[in-house]
Design a protein around this ligand. Structure first.
Ligand code: TMP
Length: 207
């Protein structure tokens, strides 16, 4: 049984914690699950991540940013995700191409059709089976983020993050079979319980 699950959400949504907890629970059930993240997940991808997020690279152009995210994505899909799925694993990826549509499409205002074409080239058409979108209002997400380290992308204005969140909600509405929207404002364990409960029927359906 292979299954490709992605986690999406605005900055500070808690999705990375949720993805980690879910993988731990799948491992505890003896299921072959693999956790990875974007941008990153491979040695080349992590190097690209550093270039994208470094506060030294304030001069980065929007198109360059898209292509760097997409380069990291091409690498992780071919080198890690597809082989793991072919080996029957459950792959859980912290962010995937919906992040590009939400952040660079809705956030920066780049053409969504162009982004979809670039994405298809990078992924070879790989689409997640299931996407957990962990939703939090922008103020909550940014307040959580301010307590942690900051990177180049954290320095964008509130209006940008609002467009990103609204973009995500639109993506989720457009593909209700793939997206599961989770209220991320609640306590960590409550959110995790809901995610596990929502995943269960999907796991059974594939057995
Ligand atoms: P992270 O905080 O989940 O590790 O993600 C790093 C940042 O990169 C986050 O602000 C979202 C952003 N991002 C994009 O803007 N476009 C993308 O395609 C991806 C994967 C991430």
């Amino acid at each position: 049984m292979s299954l490709f699950i992605t986690f999406e959400g605005p900055d500070g949504s808690g999705k990375s914690t949720q993805a980690r907890l879910l993988v731990e629970s799948l491992h505890a059930q003896g299921l072959p699950a693999l956790l990875t993240r974007e941008p990153g997940g491979t040695e080349i991808g992590e190097q690209i991540r550093n270039v994208i997020l470094s506060t030294r690279n304030r001069a980065m152009q929007d198109q360059a940013e898209v292509l760097l995210f997409s380069a990291a994505r091409a690498q992780i899909v071919a080198a890690l995700i597809r082989p793991a799925l072919a080996a029957g694993k459950i792959v859980i990826c912290d962010r995937f191409y919906d992040s590009t549509l939400a952040y660079q499409g809705y956030g920066l205002g780049l053409d969504l059709d162009a982004l979809r074409a670039i994405t298809r080239f990078a992924t070879g058409g790989l689409v997640p089976d299931l996407t957990f979108y962990v939703d939090v209002p922008v103020e909550i997400g940014l307040a959580r983020r301010q307590r942690g380290e900051t990177n180049r992308l954290d320095q964008k204005e509130v209006a940008y993050h609002t467009r990103v969140r609204n973009g995500y909600l639109e993506l989720a509405r457009a593909e209700p079979q793939r997206f599961i929207v989770i209220d991320g404002t609640r306590a960590i364990d409550q959110v995790q319980q809901e995610i596990r409960a929502r995943l269960l029927p999907e796991l059974h359906a594939r057995r």
